[in-house]
Ligand binder design. Structure first.
Ligand SMILES: *Cc1c(COP(=O)(O)O)cnc(C)c1O
Length: 387
């Protein structure tokens, strides 16, 4: 039996022990804890759709029609017409032949990579890729070859050294801790040159970047050059679910071999109904996206003026404020909370040592005043801590 007490003690000693923070959430930018109002800079609900009244209406209609649960996996009793409708809609928006919906983005990544790759594969993975990609590679039994973050020099060197005939290159579209965008044009060139499959996890790009919110691939004009697009319905779409999108044959293959798709109960149909409504809103209304971009550029600018390092972030609503020291970053998170601002401190092991940071994520529901106030508080608290 593992000594849990000891393990917990170790975590606490390293300042790494965490507990949940239970918001009485109101919307993407504001919540309450114990009746106290908190401005939230840590939500993935970029467009505020998680609490959109139009989607609530869709949910009420859907529960009347379909009830709560789906009763089984998609290949048994769990499928409904709305899943197909949702998949067709995703394919439309992403300009691909077909799509398959999973229960979460995490399950999409683990399910897709483990079905596509086997032990004869080498998987070339950006050092900053999301944990669900890392876990998918482990599940597949393939060899992981990590390359330097967004470095095409490093990637090409690794590809050149490889003796494997089967290669997959996998990257986040928008990186979750740095808010920068993968150079997919160059990556597709290298994929072609070295005979590799190219896979993009666009969890943070879908709904935020590109014309009608299609994501990073459409933003960079490389949709036709990316073999596998994975994403989530739990960030800008505002609900829950994951998907993979690409050629029809690949999707049919995954439907028959992806274990996280086959061996798990399908989403409640009402989740699919809500996702359809949300994606339609995203496609028909670019105001939220535009506002989000303006607000993010504004906040990055203010922080830089105050002398903060916002790293590689550009053009996305994810803004790291790199502080370096673990303890100071933690303390900053706590102090801001006292000021009524939730902006999570991100530390080892999520980011490398010496790269500890606050991570701000913006939503279309934030106001300019929210941003002004947050930057002012950050600046003030940072001075206090370093006094
Ligand atoms: C959030 C995230 C996921 C997981 O998606 P869920 O739907 O929350 O499981 C996968 N990849 C990246 C890059 C993410 O940021």
């Amino acid at each position: 039996m593992k000594d849990f007490e000891k393990a917990i003690e170790m975590m606490k000693k390293k300042n790494l022990f965490r507990t949940t923070r239970d918001f009485e959430q109101v919307d993407a930018s504001r919540g309450q804890i114990g009746g106290r109002e908190i401005v939230i800079f840590g939500s993935n609900d970029y467009l505020g759709l998680s609490s959109d009244p139009r989607i609530e209406d869709a949910a009420v209609k859907a529960i009347g029609k379909y009830g709560f649960g789906s009763t089984g996996s998609r290949l048994t009793s769990g499928s409904r017409d709305v899943f197909k409708e949702l998949e067709d809609l995703i394919s439309d928006v992403k300009d691909t032949q077909a799509s398959l919906v999973f229960n979460t983005g995490y399950m999409a990544n683990t399910g897709v990579i483990s079905a596509v790759c086997d032990k004869d594969f080498e998987v070339f993975s950006d050092r900053y890729n999301h944990a669900s990609i890392v876990d998918g590679i482990v599940l597949s039994g393939a060899r992981t070859v990590r390359y330097r973050h967004c470095s095409m020099e490093s990637l090409e060197k690794r590809l050149k050294e490889s003796k494997s005939k089967k290669k997959l290159i996998v990257t986040d579209g928008v990186f979750s801790m740095d808010g920068d965008i993968a150079p997919l044009g160059d990556m597709s060139f290298l994929a072609k040159k070295y005979g590799a499959i190219l896979m993009v996890d666009d969890a943070h790009g879908f709904g935020v970047l590109g014309q009608n919110g299609g994501g990073t691939c459409s933003h960079l004009g490389v949709s036709s050059k990316v073999d596998i697009q994975v994403g989530t319905l739990s960030k800008a779409v505002g609900g829950i679910g994951g998907y993979v999108s690409g050629d029809r044959d690949m999707i049919d293959y995954l439907m028959n071999s992806s274990r996280s798709f086959i061996f798990s109960t399908a989403l409640p149909p009402l989740s699919a109904c809500c996702a359809i409504k949300a994606i339609n809103i995203i496609g028909s209304d670019s105001k939220g996206r535009k506002r989000l971009k303006e607000l993010s550029d504004y906040m990055r600018g203010l922080l830089k003026e105050k002398g903060f390092d916002t790293g590689l972030s550009s053009g996305t609503p994810i803004i790291p404020i790199i502080l370096g020291d673990e303890k100071k970053a933690s303390l900053m998170g706590q102090k801001l909370m006292e000021d009524g601002i939730y902006m999570p401190a991100i530390r080892v092991p999520t980011v490398q040592k010496g790269q500890s940071r606050l991570r701000a994520s913006l939503t279309a529901l934030h106001t300019k005043e929210d941003v002004d106030n947050a930057v002012e508080r950050i600046s003030q608290r940072w001075k206090e801590i370093n006094r």
